[in-house]
Design a protein around this ligand. Structure first.
Ligand code: ADP
Ligand code: MG
Length: 640
């Protein structure tokens, strides 16, 4: 598969080929991610994790407390060999058993304290790390909602989901376990070696020499581990995407008999992930073998040197036993440091992936100097020399659109498929911003109006009537959560939805509808989306083909009710059918990135050949074509 990432950014294809197993989310040759941002590959794990600072600062006290408790527990553990030395060299060596019960009691106290402190660590660390995770997740979610719609077109939702869920779980676990153990075990190692030096310097030196190669090994493994960990996380995101797309598109996939193909894709992706994970296991295997062998060799060396020392009379048996016990005790912190370092790499990769999204700037933002249009809004909508280009398209889609929709007027927008009607309509609620020119409401540039105010002024319904798995009432009241039942009923009536909503079982308007409203028909979903748009009785309505999925009878019914609403509002209605166009006061014809002509339906029929062609062209396959409904205007066959 060729790499498309650089192509998307610079329009020149990268020569790299995305190897099977490499994520399509970023190109390792371009070293760019899908946003065109460099992939952070060389930054040290510590530098990456330092970015967690603002989240950790508020919880530093319990985290430090947990680290302190862990350190205390390890010190208690380290104290036990010292007591053992006293037992061997004292009561056992001299035959004076008077102190023995006290020393045994001390071992019991140290053991109990160790267990108690480890329990305290768990208690202390759970809440703050869960808090860090939930705050980071909330910030990521809020950021995703601030990012432009175009961002969501570029990123697979599986990748975003795996960042919001898996990566943050990885980070929480890291903070709760590995990070604390890394710090504490490093300290324990220093303290343990210190004690070893005071007991028997030559045995400590043997231990130190045997541990030195560990630093080299861990550095070598950490570098290669980090890359593979990142790849595994990306591949896990790709796998989530396949599952999500398959579940959402399950009807289409089954209807076209692609279930087998999808399963093969899923299995292939799962295999890629498995082979990456096996690579991780191999790397970790090498690392842990090194971590196991070296301390064992160290202990063997200490036994040899210690035995020689006892024979020479330089060391006591108690010293040797204590030194060996401490070295054995230090094996766990040493192994744990290796594990914690690999976890650090995984956490750093997760952190990278998190900030990759957080670093994307929201381009549609609130104005620095907000201007509010006069109240009540009149709803005069103007497009002034509007240009718009999608970032990954080679040429602008809109190239100088001039159009005025007068207060209270209904303007239909017609044009061939792909002429940019949906795009033009989306510029009004600022789902995207113009690349040149401006869109004004009552004379104020929409970019100068606070976003919340702008969106409260208007009601929008889009082609894909997206509903969420909530009750019908909640779906309709999306923009006005405090709407009364009477208002919701009135909106449902306008959208011709009252009848079928009342008939929903078991709770009428309180009935929950399935995910994305898939338990309803296309026409029913569209009517609910329309009710949602008209509920606030906005001054401005932007409706993208609101009647396309309705049958003839319902369309006539909705049209009649819609006329009532349109009388009080300024409306831009993307229309695909002559009936809708006829309903409008004027019609604007969009072609070749511009408004080709504006006039009433009849005027345009008389004067605009392109409009006549649009009207005369037979509808797309699948469109309802009856004498009453007329052909769909939106047709691939029409060339401007
Ligand atoms: N998110 C997007 N990213 C890149 N190109 C897009 C995107 N959305 C639409 N386009 C392009 O813009 C053209 C116009 O799309 P659209 O405004 O939906 O047309 P219409 O509603 O008139 O059918 C399409 O041909 C498509 O290629
Ligand atoms: Mg469209």
């Amino acid at each position: 598969m060729p790499c498309r990432i650089r192509f998307r950014i610079t329009w020149s294809a990268c020569r790299a080929t995305v190897k099977p197993g490499h994520s399509t989310r970023h190109c390792e040759v371009c070293a760019l991610n899908v946003e065109g941002a460099p992939i952070p590959t060389n930054a040290s794990s510590l530098a990456v994790l330092r970015r967690l600072g603002p989240y950790l600062r508020p919880v530093w006290l319990p985290v430090t407390g947990a680290a302190g408790a862990t350190f205390g527990a390890l010190l208690c553990g380290l104290g036990i060999p010292l007591v053992v030395q006293r037992v061997i060299d004292g009561p056992l060596g001299s035959g004076d058993f008077g102190r023995l019960p006290w020393l045994i009691a001390l071992v019991a106290v140290l053991g109990t304290a160790e267990a108690g402190l480890l329990w305290a660590r768990r208690k202390l660390i759970a809440r703050p790390t869960a808090l860090v995770e939930s705050r980071m997740r909330a910030d990521l979610f809020a950021h995703l909602l601030r990012l432009p719609v175009a961002f969501h077109d570029r990123w697979q939702s599986g990748q975003l989901m795996s960042r919001a869920v898996n990566d943050l779980v990885t980070l929480r676990k890291y903070l709760a376990f590995a990070a604390v153990f890394l710090v504490v075990n490093s300290l324990t190692l220093v303290v343990g070696l210190g004690i070893l030096f005071t007991i028997a310097p030559e045995l400590a030196l043997v231990g130190l020499i045997s541990a030195a190669p560990l630093l080299l090994i861990t550095y070598f493994y950490e570098t290669s581990y980090k890359k593979v960990a990142r790849r595994a996380q990306d591949q896990s995101g790709d796998l989530t995407t396949i599952v999500e797309e398959t579940m959402l598109g399950t009807r289409v996939i089954r209807a076209f008999g692609r279930s087998g193909e999808r399963t093969r894709q899923f299995v292939a992706q799962a295999r890629r992930l498995r082979s990456t994970e096996l690579r991780i296991v191999r790397i970790l295997g090498g690392l842990s073998t090194g971590l196991l062998i070296l301390p064992e060799l160290g202990i063997a060396g200490q036994l040899a040197v210690g035995g020689w020392g006892i024979a020479d009379g330089r060391l006591t048996l108690g010293q040797l036993v204590a030194a060996i016990t401490i070295s054995t005790y230090l094996r766990w912190p040493t192994e744990c440091i290796g594990w914690a370092l690999s976890e650090t790499s995984t956490a750093a990769a997760a952190c990278d992936r998190y900030w990759e999204i957080r670093d994307c700037p929201p381009t549609v933002t609130d104005p620095a100097r907000p201007v509010s249009p006069a109240r009540p809004a009149r709803g005069r909508l103007r497009f002034e020399d509007v240009h718009f280009q999608y970032p990954d398209q080679p040429r602008p889609l809109l190239r100088g659109v001039d159009l005025e929709v007068r207060p209270g007027e209904t303007m239909a927008l017609v044009g061939a498929t792909g002429s940019g009607k949906t795009t033009l309509a989306s510029l009004v609620p600022r789902l995207a911003d113009v690349t040149a020119g401006r869109v004004t409401v009552d004379g104020v540039d929409v970019r100068d109006i606070p976003l919340a105010e702008l969106r409260a002024m208007m009601g929008c319904a889009f082609e894909d009537a997206l509903l969420s798995s909530a009750s019908v009432r909640e779906n309709v009241a999306l923009g006005v959560p405090a709407a009364s039942d009477a208002d919701i009923r009135a909106a449902l009536r306008v959208a011709g939805a009252e009848g079928f909503v009342d008939a929903l079982r078991p709770h009428g308007p309180g009935t929950r509808i399935g995910e994305r409203g898939m338990s309803l028909s296309g026409g029913q979903r569209q009517r609910l989306a329309l009710a949602r748009a008209v509920l606030p009785r906005p001054a401005l309505l932007v409706l993208d083909d609101p009647l396309s999925a309705l049958d003839l009878h319902t369309e006539a019914e909705v049209e009649r009710a819609l006329r009532e609403v349109l009388r009080d509002a300024t409306a831009l209605v993307v229309a695909h059918r002559p009936n809708t166009a006829r309903m409008a006061d004027r019609v604007a014809v969009l072609a070749d990135g511009r408004v080709l002509a504006v006039g009433t339906h009849q005027e345009l029929l008389d004067s605009c050949p392109h409009y006549r062609t649009l009207m005369a062209t037979p509808g797309e396959p699948g469109a309802e074509r009856t004498a009453g409904a007329g052909p769909r205007l939106d047709s691939e066959a029409v060339t401007p």
